[in-house]
Write a protein that binds this ligand. Structure first.
Ligand code: AMP
Length: 226
């Protein structure tokens, strides 16, 4: 097993709105490893005016999952690319038990051993408030929140100066409720699966963005000033 790749290979998991995407972007900036968001990949597919794009768009708007087969193929191709060789953050994958099982084989093929599976825990009542208030810059994708993370200048992106913003179409109350049900039914069973393999690390995701990112760095052993 000496040919195992060296690096940080982590899965970020947790309910929708727990902060996986935000925290994955912060960790990527800090470590320069690749951030692989299956939700982001699916949203790009769903923009396409093709039969697959249209059916995916409808499924995402209902809060339904994409098929395991499609997602697995997407992730398998992506993690084999050179920018994932020194590490990656899987954000939103695996989201079902079959995806978790396939991930093990996929990683073995790439000579990769997961460093950790990090579960960000946030209660449902906080989740709804977080999701319904979030929006992003249409130019650079920087994320904001009506209450918790406003732009410094009203209507102007702090990062790129863009002035157009959008909310995700699946960030409405009905869809979020479906996404929470799907999380409990389909994704939650992956938690004991990874716990049994000694990979699970849990972080309380209710603090500020900075406080949570510090906790994540502690848990992953990345902070040298503590
Ligand atoms: P996210 O950006 O992670 O919140 O994902 C947005 C939506 O994409 C989810 O609500 C699912 O419908 C779909 N999705 C993302 N990742 C997966 C996955 N691994 N398996 C199935 N569906 C997914």
């Amino acid at each position: 097993m000496s040919n195992l790749k060296q690096g940080l290979f982590v899965v970020f998991t947790g309910a929708p709105g727990c902060g996986k995407g935000t925290q994955a972007r912060i960790l990527k900036e800090r470590t320069h490893i690749c951030h692989l968001s299956t939700g982001e990949m699916l949203r790009q597919f769903a923009e396409k005016d093709t039969p697959l794009g249209r059916s995916l768009k409808a499924a995402l708007e209902r809060g339904e999952f994409a098929s395991d087969a499609m997602i697995i193929e997407m992730v398998k191709n992506r993690i084999a690319e050179p920018d994932c060789a020194n590490g990656f953050i899987l954000d939103g994958f695996p989201r079902t038990l079959p995806q978790a099982e396939v991930l093990e084989d996929m990683l073995a093929e790439q000579n990769v051993k997961l460093s950790a599976v990090l579960e960000i825990q946030v209660p449902d009542e906080i989740i709804m408030e977080r999701i319904l208030g979030r929006y992003a810059c249409m130019q650079c994708g920087a994320g904001y929140h009506d209450k918790f993370q406003k732009t410094k200048i009203y209507g102007v992106c702090d990062v790129c100066g863009g002035t157009e913003f959008a909310r995700r179409q699946d960030d409405n109350r009905g869809t979020v409720q479906n996404r929470l049900v799907n999380y409990r039914l389909l994704t939650y069973p992956t938690i004991p699966f990874f716990e049994a393999r000694g990979l699970l690390k849990t972080v309380d995701g209710t603090g500020t963005i900075d406080a949570v990112s510090r906790k994540i760095e502690d848990v992953l052993g990345l902070r040298d000033d503590v």
